[in-house]
Design a protein around this ligand. Sequence first.
Ligand code: GTP
Length: 597
Amino acid sequence: MKNIRNFCIIAHIDHGKSTLADRLLDFTGSVTEREKQNQLLDSMDLERERGITIKSHAIQMDYVYKGEKYVLNLIDTPGHVDFSYEVSRSIAACEGALLVVDAAQSIQAQTISNLYLALENDLEIIPVLNKVDLPSANVEEVTDDIVELLGCKPEEVIPASAKSGLGIEEILTAIIERIPAPKGNVDESLQALVFDSVYNPFRGVETYFRVINGEIKKGQKIKFVATNRDYFADEVGTLKLVQHPKQSIKAGDVGYLITGIKEAREVKVGDTITDAASPTKNPIGGFEDVKPMVFAGIYPVDTEDYEDLRSSMEKLQLNDASLVFLPESSAALGFGFRCGFLGMLHMEIIQERLEREFNMTVITTVPNVSYFAYTRKDPEVAVIVNNPSDLPDPSTLDHVEEPYIKATIITKSDYVGNVMSLCIDKRGQITNQTYLTTDRVELNFDMPLAEIVFDFYDRLKTVSKGYASFDYTPIGMRTSKLVKVDILLNAQPVDALSALIHADNAAHIGKKMCEKLRELIPRQQFDIPIQAAIGAKIISRETIKALRKDVTAKCYGGDISRKRKLLEKQKKGKKRMRQVGNVEIPQEAFMAVLKLN
Ligand code: GTP
């Protein structure tokens, strides 16, 4: 055990985590030329395209240092706030972390939030100043920033370039010398932390774990504590670029487990694996069932595809346990599903996977957070509102609560004013303002999560000219004045366009929504009035003017193939349209409330 080191890399997005991981694998000879790909740890297609590590993995490297053999387990952490619980469990499986900071960008919001997670878990932090090869690198200043942040010595910061390979040997030395070896007792009852799982359609779910005490043996009957289910360990092993089956994985080490589990939800990140015959009395702390934060309706564009959509969603759920869904129906859209996601990125990923892997064309309705509504009749019991239509009749309401977050924003001092007005506009309350350096400021706000769902990132980017980074953590429910704004097209309410909005903003947002819908809904043969309403009260109105000419009119008597082409083109444009009453609504319209600026 004394020659094992378990570590992760924490960094703000694009600061070079994957490139550095790649370089460490190279340097330790863990990869053959043939196995080499651009970004070794990012294996999902989608992931690569987005440049975000969506699912964490682990990889083992062998390294000889001063004549002794060491085993280095690198546990990868996903880089997005939607997956922060997974990040926290990966961190809990380690004794140390490389804190990678881009020498041109310095400390950003995710650097700090991940650092706090690492410090909470008592990890040894090794600061790495990456990208020192860049002409824009600010080596001295950024080193000072890191020293200030960590309270470490300047000599402890390792200058590196994951690109050129500079500093890699120093990093490996620091991993061995500074990160403590795991503690633990092989003779105790098995206690292993699940930090990740991956769905493999052929082998079932692969569980990634870190053994804290005891050992996990091939063939052993094991128990997952949180789900209280027993399985046989069909295969255990260590993870290199490919899996290496072993007879046993002992305390201190990291490995994978295959048990024939076929559904992702049977393996919960943060759960404890123990021996079924003599279970541990101390499951590992910090287990949480991850809860979806954002909800939206997903409907097939073609109502006949409902059953196909259901089976696609079920298949997706087999390998993504954080996706939840329930059937719902909408007067406007027919049968579909109310889906829960970890965040906006997760929602986009699911939508994309439905389209790419299952060839579904879907309409997604405006996302909302989960509200608690309390009625006067039963003020103790919360009605959970995951869909605007679930909001009880306003006349019966006692109060409504909405989820709040603590937002961390780091920006340049020039933009503090802009960022503050944006956050205040988004119902944020400033709780803290710290100058990290003369030019860099950390701002903290308490803000409703719902405001983040609505076009926050884009506006933050705009008001700070790109010089702001952002991260958040949930801080619980708070009372809120909420109303349901309905949209009527042609005097008919379209339930799928309803949104829950803070009372103070409702009039303004209702007006903007009508304007936006007027832009987005194509003109048709007749005038279409668009109205926003709260209850029976109309708060805004716009009209889509009738189309003057038939699109094909000018082709009459003309070339028939040209006419066909035009019709084809129209058909394509229709792909993501839904006929609601006698009005055709494009997908963008269902998301209009997100893009009002
Ligand atoms: P996410 O996985 O999206 O969180 O990003 P990451 O932190 O893994 O960053 P990644 O390794 O993908 O690097 C981001 C970009 O920086 C890529 O274009 C890299 O080629 C580049 N990069 C990484 N390290 C260095 C470095 O030392 N020098 C220079 N010049 N570029 C680097």
